[in-house]
Design a protein around this ligand. Structure first.
Ligand SMILES: [Zn+2]
Length: 314
């Protein structure tokens, strides 16, 4: 039997109420919701909240501790999507496996690709890293074939996203454009101050302490910002599980350069990284991959950089 979208949405609403908040509503202090924004990841949600403030309600689909490459497209996600005025997604293939189907089933023309309420944050004007030359670059595995999608690890990039969110919200909701502009200014200043201060802090480390091993290739934007170098990744290619042969090579490389830290997101399995760190005398730094619920974007980056700095400066 074919289930209609309406039935699906009704069932989704029931399960949404029954199991509680599957998607996290970040906040809106106003009784009437203002512009209804849905973001795929919590970094994008936290950035949207900084700019939108009380003029928006923001719902984040993927939990902060989920691997954003592989999110379960729960039917409950259709409820916020069907009511959204604006959807903001990461792009570069990050949500390829789960978002397109949801957008189609949400039956909301306002947020479909090409509509005014559809924002691909990778097109906000910042410089994209690891872009494929010509057609898709399979050398970086199947999941990074369109370029590296983990750009929200850099606050300098967040500024571009915030500016585009300001412009998009102002065009959807012109009455509140002064508020969007003013919150953007405040946020942009905070991002810049933070970015400069952290770079200065990491620059003061001796060069041999600015080396890293990481689990997934999630960090090219962060290392560009902080002036660090990744000498090896525990995954042989993005999305490919570690093999004993590759792990042995990573341990050898880590020991040779006396690398102090192995960095990974908490949502990845830790066993191999723990082994690599232990055998090489390094510290495993396991961090939240995205802004945790209840934190701001800058709180999240501060926790991340503090943990990393502490391991590198030991
Ligand atoms: Zn990835």
């Amino acid at each position: 039997m074919r289930t209609s979208t309406h039935q699906l949405a009704t069932a989704a609403l029931a399960s949404f109420v029954a199991i509680g908040l599957a998607a996290i509503v970040l906040a809106s202090s106003s009784a009437h919701a203002g512009v209804s924004v849905v973001t795929t990841t919590s970094d994008l949600g936290a950035i949207a909240m900084e700019v939108g403030g009380s003029d928006v309600s923001v719902t984040v689909l993927a939990p902060a501790d989920a691997d954003p490459h592989y999110v379960d497209p729960r039917p409950s996600y259709l409820v916020p999507l069907s009511r959204a005025d604006l959807v903001i997604h990461n792009g570069l293939g990050l949500e390829e496996g789960w978002l397109p189907k949801l957008l189609l089933n949400a039956r909301n023309g306002k947020i479909l690709p090409g509509a005014a309420g559809h924002l691909d944050a990778s097109s906000c004007g910042f410089t994209l890293l690891e872009q494929p030359h010509g057609k898709l670059d399979r050398a970086q595995g199947d999941i990074h074939g369109g370029g590296n999608p983990h750009y929200t690890t850099d606050p300098r990039v967040a500024r571009y996203i915030a500016a585009t969110v300001r412009d998009t919200l102002s065009s959807l909701d012109p009455d509140n454009s002064a508020g969007y502009a003013s919150r953007y200014e405040t946020f942009a200043k905070a991002l810049e101050t933070f970015a400069v201060a952290q770079r200065k802090r990491f620059d003061a480390l001796p060069p041999e302490r600015r080396l890293l091993v990481t689990f997934h290739r999630s960090w090219p934007y962060l290392i560009d910002w902080l002036g660090l170098t990744v000498i090896a990744e525990v995954e042989p290619k993005p999305g490919v599980s570690p093999s004993p042969g590759h792990t042995a090579k990573v341990v050898k490389a880590l020991r040779k350069r006396a690398v102090k830290a192995v960095l990974q997101e908490r949502h990845y399995p830790r066993k191999t990284s723990e082994t690599v760190a232990r055998l090489g005398g390094a510290t495993l730094v396991a961090v939240s991959g995205q802004t945790p619920s209840g934190s701001t974007y800058l709180d999240h980056l501060k926790a991340l950089t503090d943990a990393l700095y502490s391991a590198l400066s030991k």
